[in-house]
Design a protein around this ligand. Structure first.
Ligand SMILES: [Cu+2]
Length: 346
């Protein structure tokens, strides 16, 4: 499973990833010293002034009548991450011999007031759930050594709650320094129903996202029935620039190859919803063996295109027991790890 430089480039990933602090970062490595790089980025004026005095907070959207304020406590943390913990590619039934461990950056959910972790720091980060009419309030603490943020898609928010670095126009939520906490408020009013990504959009964008800082928001229509089973499938890649490893990995939820990527499960008769989100530079296609679903335009499909930061949701009633593959159907992605098992019990 060696991928040399030429193969990697011909795979379409390209050498150029981004420019940070005036330095071009190559996707195929080496991994820069992010802290040193972040040190070259001046703290924006509005962020500096926020540290000197307590700014009046941006207006917090009130939930609609009958709505709920849903509060989360989330950190960004460094975590030792193994991309292929079984050391095997179960699709091709072969050993994965190269190094697969690196230090990832992931979101992690805590109980109120950062009392105790509710689970591990992982890819994707905690699922943020709301119904239309609710307000999402996210207390975000940065425990990394570089500034990072949380930037949501789909929901409504004011400029101060954008969570995006904008050079000298940056608001405090767009540059959360190491050790600092920022409270984001996002409005899930009618029209925001759906599944959306959130991710870092700070001054090192997109490097922290490539190291694992992404997750999903699910806004359900108020009162809508829930599916019996829901799966969240992020197509991401772990590139040498972000991992320090020699080889790029094409991943689902930060893991490569069936047996390492999530083994999804359901039972015949259950209503299954799957949410697929693109989280890198590539276009992917989501293919599920043995199944098909009806797209919003009425066509029956079993393979759908998902671009960068797109989210695509599909639903079906399970009727086909067995062990199936779900995977990206871009063949180079598929064979470099973007595949997994879907196991349906009778
Ligand atoms: Cu793909």
């Amino acid at each position: 499973m060696q991928t040399d430089r030429r193969h990697f480039l011909s795979g379409g990933a390209g050498l150029f990833l981004c420019t940070i602090a005036g330095r071009q970062i190559a996707a195929d490595g080496p991994e820069p010293d992010w802290q040193e790089l972040a040190g070259q980025i001046p703290t924006p004026p509005n962020v500096r002034s926020a540290e000197l005095r307590q700014l009046p907070g941006a207006p917090v959207p009130a939930p609609a009548a009958g709505g709920t304020r849903r509060e989360y406590w989330i950190t960004a943390e460094a975590v030792k991450w193994n991309i292929v913990p079984t050391k095997r590619d179960a699709m091709m039934d072969k050993k994965v011999t190269e190094k697969t461990k690196f230090t990832a950056w992931c979101y992690r959910e805590y109980t109120a007031n950062f009392g105790a972790p509710k689970g591990p720091a992982q890819m994707p980060g905690p699922l943020l759930e709301a119904e239309t009419g609710d307000t999402l309030v996210v207390n975000f603490r940065n425990t990394l050594t570089v500034p990072v943020t949380m930037h949501p898609h789909g929901v409504f928010y004011s400029q101060q709650m954008d969570g995006a670095y904008k050079g000298k126009f940056t608001d405090p939520g767009g540059f959360v320094k190491p050790g600092k906490t920022f409270q984001y408020s996002w409005d899930c009013k009618a029209g925001t129903e759906g599944v959306w990504p959130y991710h870092d959009h700070g001054p090192l964008d997109p490097a922290p996202l490539y190291k694992g800082l992404f997750g999903a928001i699910n806004v359900r229509k108020k009162g809508a029935p829930r599916p019996d089973v829901e799966h969240y499938i992020f197509f991401n890649s772990l590139l040498p620039a972000a991992t320090g490893l020699r080889k790029p990995f094409h991943c689902i939820n930060g893991r490569s190859f069936a047996g390492n990527t999530p083994t999804l499960t359901a039972k015949v008769g259950q209503k299954v919803a799957q949410h697929v989100i693109g989280m890198n530079n590539d276009f992917h296609t989501y293919h599920l063996h043995g199944h098909r679903w009806t797209a919003p335009d009425g066509r029956v499909v079993d393979n759908a295109t998902v671009g960068p930061a797109d989210s695509y949701s599909l639903q079906f009633t399970e009727d086909n027991a067995g062990r199936w593959f779900y995977h990206c159907h871009v063949f180079s992605h598929l064979h470099e790890g973007m595949n997994g098992f879907y196991v349906v019990e009778p």
